[in-house]
Design a protein around this ligand. Structure first.
Ligand SMILES: Cc1ncc(COP(=O)(O)O)c(C=O)c1O
Length: 479
């Protein structure tokens, strides 16, 4: 009779040792793998088989299948040549912390369902708050993603806008509006959809030549809405927009939201950690006036996905929007129950990996990595434009560079095709992985440095591949 109970301690040790060896080896060789897999749709599924096994498989074989069929179908976010989107990576301490989280397997929905999990989370969040220089009036928690954090903030803001949505729902209430720049992340719009405000409630405020929200345009939009009986629910400013990493003038925007009594949310999902650097702190001026802020340690600080920190100045509107305690979850504890803030009841022990990261790396070490990434991006931008083929499409901001191959007098459509082809050629090479965006209606290439594994030589390689591709492909080519 096979034993269907859990593994014995010896079996667990054997599997952990194999997994640990695999992990160390993977981290050593990931830079030699193609960063983007050459895998046709469906291949991985076919390799996995159609049905679950009736009997246990030995872990050794499972690990071999993982390596052969699954890892070969991954895009390697921990590859040093990964420069796409907002590049991120898992620092080694976060890997170990995730293991410990799985080992204890707790649910931090209430303080009493794991007191230490709640307190580690509060501590790690407060350490991050201190590290980025925000005042102690901010506290917060860890959610899965910035999308969830912004949605949660919007629910609180919606309640504070005096809509009585909690008791009466949206029907019959005043029309609400959300304000955010043309450059903000789609999660702001998605939050408005999920909160029942509708697409038409989102005011995309115009940006200036450096892709920053115009405060006077925001003021005009709010004033017009108020005159028409529309109630402003939330303004979402961004520090580090998704396309260009531009920074909205938060101080000036805060003056507008203060004057009109509107909730200010700051999306610093990518760039937030850079506030740890004294030389970057000025770019965050005014964010201490926000009602809520989101920053993602899983983007640029090196925790594994997921770890998104939502900070707020007043917990009351969050509780007012979502706190709901059934009898079976009632407790007498005079402590924070984090399930009251947000939709989810079950809560992962996310605080541990952030706390372990602070302990293992220290704030100086974390800041040093961010500084190095910014320096590498700035230096890459300088070398990119040498030779005159590539031009910057936006000011270099934090560790993100937007650029485009351009030739004098060329047809912009042909140039778009040329840039698309350059990107495909570079990414197909398997050594570097970049992404694209659109600015002013034109196709633009994007490079963002954010991985703890990326070194100067990996940027050299990417720049060489870009220049080679631009030379070999014709700007007027068939596309
Ligand atoms: C500025 C900004 N905000 C929010 C998000 C959404 O992040 P998440 O995937 O954590 O929801 C992104 C994603 O890249 C982003 O760039």
């Amino acid at each position: 009779m096979p034993n269907h109970a859990d593994w014995s301690p010896e079996a667990l040790r054997g599997a952990l040792e194999q997994a640990a060896e695999w992990t160390i080896d993977y981290r050593r060789r990931v830079g030699e793998l193609p960063v983007f897999p050459t895998v046709e749709p469906g291949r991985v599924r076919r390799a996995l088989g159609d049905h679950p096994p009736l009997e246990p498989d030995p872990f050794e074989g499972i690990l071999a299948d993982f390596d052969e069929h699954i890892v070969s179908g991954l895009t390697h976010w921990n590859h040093p040549g990964f420069l796409a989107y907002f590049s991120s990576s898992t620092r080694a301490p976060s890997i170990v912390a995730e293991l410990l989280v799985a080992a204890v397997g707790v649910n931090a929905m209430l303080w009493r369902t794991s007191p230490a999990a709640t307190e580690v989370e509060r501590t790690a969040v407060d350490w991050l708050r201190q590290a980025v220089g925000l005042p102690p009036s901010f506290s917060g928690l860890i959610l899965d993603t910035a999308s969830t954090a912004t949605f949660t903030a919007l629910l609180a803001a919606r309640e504070l806008a005096g809509t009585r949505v909690r008791s009466d729902g949206l029907a019959g209430g005043p029309a609400l509006a959300v304000y955010t720049s043309e450059q903000s992340h789609s999660s702001v719009e998605k939050s408005a959809l999920a909160a029942g405000l509708g697409h038409r409630s989102v005011r995309r405020i115009e940006v200036d030549e450096a892709f920053r929200m115009r405060p006077e345009a925001l003021d005009a939009a709010i004033t017009e809405d108020l005159a028409n009986g529309v109630r402003p629910a939330m303004v979402c400013a961004t520090i580090g927009t998704t396309s260009t990493a531009s920074v909205d003038p938060v101080e000036a925007l805060a003056a507008v939201t203060r004057r009109h009594g509107v909730w200010l949310h700051v999306d610093a999902a990518y760039a937030g950690p850079a506030a740890m650097l004294p030389e970057q702190r000025g770019r965050f001026r005014g964010w201490e006036e926000a009602d809520s802020i989101v920053l993602n340690p899983h983007k640029w600080l090196g925790t594994s996905l997921d770890c998104s920190v939502l900070l707020y100045r007043d917990v009351a509107p969050f509780r007012a929007s979502l706190a709901l305690t059934p009898t079976y979850l009632e407790s007498e504890d005079d402590e924070t129950d984090l399930m009251d803030i947000g939709l989810a009841l079950g809560r992962r022990f996310r605080g541990l990996k952030l706390w372990v990261l602070f302990r293992c790396v220290g704030t100086d070490g974390l800041a040093g990595t961010l500084r190095r990434h910014i320096e590498m991006a700035e230096s890459a931008a300088g070398r990119l434009v040498e030779g005159g083929v590539f031009r910057l499409a936006a000011p270099v901001s934090f560790s993100t560079v937007c650029f485009r191959a351009a030739t004098a007098g060329a047809d912009p459509e042909a140039e778009d095709r040329w840039n698309r082809d350059i990107l495909s050629r570079v990414n197909a090479g398997g050594r570097s992985f970049l992404s694209h965006t659109e600015l002013g209606g034109r196709y633009v290439l994007r490079l963002s440095v954010g991985s703890v594994h990326t070194e100067e030589r990996h940027l050299d390689e990417a720049l060489e591949a870009l220049h080679r591709a631009a030379d070999e492909l014709s700007p007027g080519g068939p596309g």
